[in-house]
Design a protein around this ligand. Structure first.
Ligand code: NDP
Length: 263
């Protein structure tokens, strides 16, 4: 029996155990997925080994600590320094990032994207910005404070604080802030969000499981929207493929994970 877990703080709300266990159960895979409330990210590695895990996902706020905890980093995670999936390969921790491709999966139906605005400058914003630039899209980042914007400027994004933001036309605006997660707050002042949405074709929110004030406003303006559920599904499918070393077909994983959203 292989054991997997999600590390986070908080972690009680996470749907990952349900998603992965639904795949394991319905594909007769001898594996189980649990959750671990981890207070101190520097304890990730020793906790992983103490529990005898075969793999793990990592959520807020430990994704950068997870990068540091790994012996080897593969693929896109190298670019962003953020890890959300770890595999135990013969006692070595191998780190991956499936968040960005998970998000790309969620916006497959959005067409002709060229000019993107990201709200927020945290770990999720980092992954998405780097992935969007890889597509050749123009990326702007708007954050309430300046400190975290430095990274985005360095990789080639336009960056704005609230105080110096100037309106433009965007094809897609993505909320990656945690505003709206546990409160009813917009990710920027109301007039600013109003005017951004006035000039945008598509809107997406990384938050799932609720209609955030941001998506509520976008829907009121008849903008085509996505909440974070499909991103969650996308990153989960890719993580499960890594956990099972591709022994289960991607379509099969997607089928059972999708079903878990109805439970
Ligand atoms: P981080 O803590 O790394 O970054 C949070 C960002 O939000 C920062 O830029 C911060 O700004 C900004 N912020 C926080 N509160 C407010 C506020 N009240 N108003 C405006 N800006 C605010 O978080 P993550 O990037 O890891 O996660 C962000 C969100 O994405 C979370 O809600 C998380 O649940 C969700 N998520 C969803 C996933 C999915 O699969 N659907 C996957 C990953 C994340 P500042 O720099 O000024 O502090």
């Amino acid at each position: 029996m292989k054991l997997f877990a999600i590390f986070g703080n908080p972690v009680a709300h996470s749907r990952s155990p349900l998603m992965h266990n639904c795949v394991f159960k319905n594909t007769n895979t001898k594996a189980c997925y649990t959750r671990v409330h981890l207070h101190d990210g520097t304890k990730l590695r020793e906790t992983f080994f103490a529990l005898g895990l075969s793999g793990a996902n990592i959520t807020v706020p430990h994704k950068e600590a997870a990068f540091a905890a790994c012996d080897t980093i593969r693929g896109f995670a190298n670019k962003v320094g953020v890890v959300n999936t770890i595999i135990n390969e013969e006692g070595k921790l191998i780190g991956y990032n499936t968040d960005a491709d998970g998000f790309m999966f969620s916006i497959e139906t959005f067409t002709n994207l060229k000019n993107i605005l990201i709200l927020g400058a945290g770990g999720t914003a980092k992954s998405l910005a780097a992935r969007f630039l890889q597509e050749g899209w123009s990326v702007s980042v708007l954050n309430r404070s300046a400190e975290r914007l430095v990274y985005f400027k360095e990789i080639g994004c336009e960056t704005y604080e609230w105080s110096d933001f100037a309106d433009q036309k965007y094809d897609l605006v993505v909320n990656t802030t945690s505003a709206g997660l546990k409160d009813e707050i917009l990710p920027a002042p109301k007039e600013m969000i109003e005017s951004i949405l006035q000039n945008t074709l598509y809107a997406a929110d990384a938050i799932y499981g609720k209609l955030t004030p941001f998506l509520k406003m976008a829907k009121e303006k008849n903008i085509t929207c996505k909440d974070g559920a499909d991103m969650l599904l996308g990153q989960g499918i890719l993580a499960n493929e890594l956990f099972m070393n591709k022994t289960i077909q991607r379509e099969e994983i997607a089928k059972w994970m999708q079903k878990s959203f109805l439970l």
